[in-house]
Unconditional design. Sequence first.
Lengths: 207, 207
Amino acid sequence: MIIANISTSLDGYITGPDDGPGCGLGVGGERLHYWVFGGPWTYADEHSSSAMAGEDKAFYEGIVARVGAVVTGRGTYDVTGAWGGTNPWDIPCIVLTHHPDDQPDVSGFEFAGSFEEAVNRATELAGTRDVSLMGGAEVIRQGLAAGVVDEFGLSIAPIILGAGKRLFEGFDTDVDLTPVWVRQSPYATHVWHTVNHQDPPGPARTR
Amino acid sequence: MIIANISTSLDGYITGPDDGPGCGLGVGGERLHYWVFGGPWTYADEHSSSAMAGEDKAFYEGIVARVGAVVTGRGTYDVTGAWGGTNPWDIPCIVLTHHPDDQPDVSGFEFAGSFEEAVNRATELAGTRDVSLMGGAEVIRQGLAAGVVDEFGLSIAPIILGAGKRLFEGFDTDVDLTPVWVRQSPYATHVWHTVNHQDPPGPARTR
């Protein structure tokens, strides 16, 4: 099973403006991940997901328990500095990139040159567990447009950013889903859906 | 107190494409209001909010119980055909319009020529109860940008529309909120927030 989940603002941004190395979620975008770090944090100061608590932690642990491999985009990989150079999870991370030959000589990351290759490899490595498309936005859009996403979660931070990168920028596919559960903390509302599969997903409807 | 609430898709659209008279929520946009009508409905067939049920009904009744006047935009007023010519609520409806002289000679609707005038009149008429900015998008954007909205709710339908009118189109203000509760049905996730007032709200953040 393939799941996709990402944090957004109420106005649909996955970063504030001027995201880049050292400012991975953009200016003001730290608030998108208050739920990850148990409250306010800054790019400059130490922060750790060990401070995650309550409904946020329950949400996160529910995902960790089921996922056997993650797919991420090269942009996310670069903007985080490859998470400091080390895969921070206990499971393989497939990096979707136009330049698979850039793959570094470290364990935990595998570069893939196409979306299909990335998902197939992640599925193989995940075994009986699920694959998570963890973003950036382009990876999630590709998964939804291709109709391969089975479950879709949004962690909606209680902010309106007014600028940044939109999750659904340029996305013109119509997708039907079913809400299955929701969790809410002071820092996010986590909404989970199953995708009602059409084969293939249709374009946006018009007269 | 001034509240704002509106239905959107997961990708932030308040209508599908080609909205207009007889197709108020656009093509495919009927799904935005499955929660209002207790399930699937069409523009062509009879539909009534008396079929609303469960969490959707509880959500709606919670709003009805507190609101003493609504503010709507002229676009919404026109696209619904002024709700058939009669105010469908038991409370006054103020219509924000560039052409207040167009006001029809029917009770239940009052036209106002500016956002401030509309909100002031609604507040006066609501008495001790709250005012609801019920949309369209432009009315809600004006309220949020002006910093007058105290509580903000989104009824998020489980669809990705891929086209239509975006709630936050052109909105470039940064607003902080606090989640206070959430309700979920098969047709929508209703997320409610209080607005953390800044005075005035700031522009989107940049370096």
